[in-house]
Structure formats: C-alpha cells, structure tokens
Design a protein around this ligand. Structure first.
Ligand SMILES: *Cc1c(COP(=O)(O)O)cnc(C)c1O
Length: 361
C-alpha cells in the first residue's frame, strides 16, 4: 500500500485505526452477519451505535444536559439555511461576522429570511485575520450572533470567543470541532460538517441549546425543523447510518488518545512545526496574521505561481498529497486535522526544506 500523507481540507484524513476497525467489521458487524450499511436504522445494533456515538461526543466535548445533539443530513451548508429558518424568527434580524467564503455563503442564505447585520469583516484584506469586534456595533435585538470559528480556506481561527450577552452565539465549527476543548455553554448552537474532523461527508452534527428548539414557523418543512429532529432523536427519516457509525469510531479514537486536551496538545505541536519553519523560510511564507493562525488549516505561498505548482507536483510524487490551496487564495494549504500524525507534518517540512534549497529565489 502506498504510504502517503493526505493534507486535504475535506473530505479529509481519518485515523488509520478507525479505518482498520471499519474494515474488520465490514462483512459482519458484531456477529450480526451484516455490514453496518445493511442494518435497520430502528434495529438494536444501530440504536446502540447512534446512542453510543452521542454519549461519547457528549463526554469528550463535556456537553451540558440542556443541549441536544443531532446528526443531520445536508452537510454544513444546509445549516446556513436551517439556522435562520429556525432562529431568525422574533425580530427577523441577526449579526454575522464575515471572515471568508463560508461566512459569505451563510450570510447570503440568512438574507432570504431577514435582516443581516455584518458587524465586522476582514474581506478588504483577503480574510488574512479575524477582524476586531466592537460590541457597540452588535444589535441588542438580534435573534442570534453568527461566527465561523475556523476559516478552512483562509487559515484563520478565533482565539477568543465573542461575548454576546443574551443574544445566542451560533458557531460554524466545521473545521475545528474536536481539535481542542471548548466551553459549549457559551454557545446557543454549534454545528459542523462531518468531513473534516469527524468522519465521512454528507452529515452535520448540531449541538443546540434546548430553549432554542421549537421556534420555527409552521411553514418550515419538517426535515428543516430542529424540533422534529429532537423529538425523533435524529431518526425522523433514515439517517446517514454509516457516517454516524464512523463518527462514533472517531469519537472512541479521540477518547483513547486522551480526549480533547491531548488532541489540542498534539495539534499545537504539529502546527508549531510548520509555522516555525514558515516564519524562518526565505522561500515560503504564511499570509495569515500570526495572532489569528489556525491550528487546522495552514495556507502558505512562495509568491510565484509557477513555483507553487512545481512544489505541489513534486510533493505529490513524494507522497505528500492534496496540498493545493483553495482557488481564491492560490498557493498551498496543509490541512492538519486530528487524524494527521505529527510524522506527516515533519515529512512535509523536511520536503519544504529540500525544495527551498534547490529552488532559491
Ligand atoms: C467545509 C465547510 C463547510 C461546508 O460543508 P459542507 O458539508 O460541504 O456543506 C462549511 N463551513 C466550513 C467552516 C467548512 O469548512
């Protein structure tokens, strides 16, 4: 088998141990004679899978009892619409912080349902930092306040969670959920697409405070109403069973690694290896302001597109895969989620050093 490191932003690398276990259980899940894909979503095996997945997620994130956990289809993007449909209801108004492509999409969906107040933006500097927030600009009567905690494309991350008082804070954590401990009680709703730090694509996990459930108008379709999913424990219709199963294995893997404190320590070490090198390199540099740098997604450039393409091609030959940056940023991007081992980052930096030597500017 080819020994590679996959730096894709998503769908992204999964822990080898998890894939191995899934392979071992593929033809016969715990003596059932069936694969997980073939199990009834109402049967006892799958009931155990989804309940255990939720219990493990609650344990690793220390989710308080007054929050519901939902496993929903439609990826993170459906949440861009579900959030305003369910929550932009009282004053039909919400505050958004604009930090990249994902906040842009969320803003454009929310505008279909009410007034969006963009309280801060780093767009004029190509989203190379998280903008400073001025609470005087926050709407006191907003139905919620929306942020993207980690900007997958631009490689920025909040180091401090905004204080929004009584206005519920909503966070898209698609690319940094489970990368470090968080205080769930600071948020009204947290959501994340699965394909970065959780499991296969096509699912979002939603963690919603109980008092925010049941606000949607009757015109909101059942499948887009949080209340329906809460009442049916994510089984209103057939859920993404296999994705939930793999997510459950990932949660168990995280527990075995020592939980989120251990994940954070490892993620910091990994990111430091790459940032340290980038800050010393005379060929590569990080476009992101040091105080806003993401632990998960690390864009870097040489400033010369031809050289960038040469680097990406040669890196791929060395087994360092999917390093091409997003089309709006160019250059390279290394996504180093939980499942990326430290050896992967070390191999990348080693290759970057060699490339720098033979391609002096
Ligand atoms: C990947 C990503 C999304 C979109 O996820 P889909 O599952 O493709 O809808 C949304 N927000 C962030 C921050 C992401 O990284």
């Amino acid at each position: 088998m080819a020994n590679i490191f996959n730096f894709s932003a998503g769908p992204a690398v999964l822990p080898k141990e998890v894939l191995k276990q899934a392979a071992d259980e593929m033809l016969d899940y715990k003596g059932s004679g069936m694969s997980v894909m073939e199990l009834s979503h109402r049967g006892k095996e799958f009931t155990q899978i989804i309940e255990q997945a939720e219990a493990n997620l609650r344990e690793i994130l220390a989710i308080p009892a007054n929050y519901h956990v939902l496993f929903l289809q439609g990826g993170a993007s459906l949440q861009f619409a579900m959030i305003p449909m369910n929550l932009m209801v009282k004053n039909k108004k919400a505050d958004y912080v604009h930090t990249g492509e994902w906040s842009k999409k969320a803003i454009s969906e929310a505008k279909r349902f009410g007034t969006v107040n963009v309280v801060a933006s780093s767009e004029k500097d190509n989203f190379t930092y998280i903008p400073e927030l001025n609470p005087a600009k926050f709407s006191k009567d907003a139905d919620y306040f929306y942020i993207v905690t980690n900007n997958t494309i631009y490689g920025t991350e909040y180091k401090e969670i905004p204080q929004t008082g009584d206005v519920p804070l909503i966070a898209d954590m698609s690319s940094n959920i489970l990368s470090a401990p968080i205080d769930v009680s600071k948020f009204g709703l947290i959501f994340a697409g699965a394909q970065k730090n959780i499991g296969p694509a096509g699912m979002a996990i939603v963690i919603i405070r109980a008092d925010l459930v049941g606000k949607a108008a009757d015109t909101v379709p059942s499948l887009m109403n949080y209340k329906i999913h809460v009442e049916n424990k994510s089984l209103f219709n057939t859920p993404p069973c296999y994705t939930i199963y793999i997510a459950g294995l990932v949660f168990e893997w995280i527990k075995k690694q020592g939980g989120l404190a251990a994940m954070e320590k490892r993620n910091r070490e990994k990111a430091e290896i790459l940032y340290d090198y980038l800050d010393r390199s005379s060929l590569f540099r990080s476009p992101v302001k040091p105080e806003c740098r993401s632990l998960m997604n690390i864009p870097f450039v040489t400033g010369n597109e031809e050289l960038d393409n040469k680097f990406i091609a040669e890196a791929s030959k060395r087994g360092l895969k999917t390093l091409k940056g997003h089309r709006t940023v160019g250059g390279m991007r290394a996504s180093i989620y939980n499942a990326m081992p430290k050896e992967g980052v070390e191999a990348l930096v080693q290759f970057m050093k060699e490339f720098e030597k033979s391609n002096k500017k």
